[in-house]
Design a protein around this ligand. Structure first.
Ligand code: AMP
Length: 203
């Protein structure tokens, strides 16, 4: 994620969505993903995502486009076949590596939101979060916690705070809500906490 811009936008014009390349077993994941994508489009906020046409990734793109929104995809050339690049996007950037993909997605976006997904989704969100923690960007990171999908992860993150591996102040870097509209409001109202990662003191 080198070259991530430091700019902070309380009301992001482009939101980066990380989500599954699968649909998951419960249709509620797809419904919520589409609702969130539509909501962004209706609010004039572009979607930045991995450029695929499969799973929740494809559903998010289709829903935002159908609602008149802009969708920018960033896909490694090597994954064109596996993830089937979406052919109807506002922009599709083909890059060489997964690292380039994440860097470009981050540079283009004012906020990061993970919807339900698998290891790829987790990896992408945790990178954005860990970069926020050391002050490399000040953009909000959020989980759309559809049907409690992220409850166990949120509980584990509290364990990591209790165990002394994550500072209590860092918890404020990760927003979460099950309701797309509430989550969007929280993204818009986000003010990045300012503290020293190593001492925990306000700076
Ligand atoms: P998943 O959540 O595993 O279905 O994957 C969601 C997206 O994350 C897919 O577009 C994957 O190509 C992508 N992905 C998987 N691993 C990585 C990685 N290490 N870095 C960046 N993107 C990844």
């Amino acid at each position: 994620m080198s070259g991530v811009s430091l700019s902070e936008s309380p009301s992001p014009r482009r939101v980066c969505i990380f989500c599954g390349s699968s649909f998951g077993t419960n249709p509620v994941y797809r419904d919520a993903a589409e609702s969130f994508a539509r909501l962004l489009a209706e609010n004039g906020i572009a979607v930045v995502y991995g450029g695929a046409s499969v799973g929740l990734m494809g559903a998010v793109a289709d829903a935002a486009l159908a609602a008149g929104g802009e969708v920018i995809g960033v896909l490694p050339r090597s994954m064109m076949a596996r993830e089937i690049g979406h052919s109807g996007l506002t922009e599709l950037h083909l890059v060489e590596t997964l690292h380039e993909r994440k860097a470009m997605m981050a540079e283009l976006s004012g906020a990061f939101v993970a919807l339900p997904g698998g290891w790829g989704t987790f990896e992408e969100m945790f990178e954005a979060l860990s970069w926020a923690q050391i002050g490399l960007h000040r953009k909000p990171c959020a989980l759309l916690n559809t049907d409690g999908f992220y409850d166990a992860l949120l509980s584990f993150l509290e364990t990591a705070v209790t165990a002394g591996f994550v500072r209590p102040e860092s918890s404020a870097l990760l927003l979460s809500d099950s309701d797309p509209a509430i989550l969007l409001n929280r993204l818009r109202g986000y003010v990045a906490p300012v503290y020293d990662r190593w001492s925990g003191n306000a700076v």
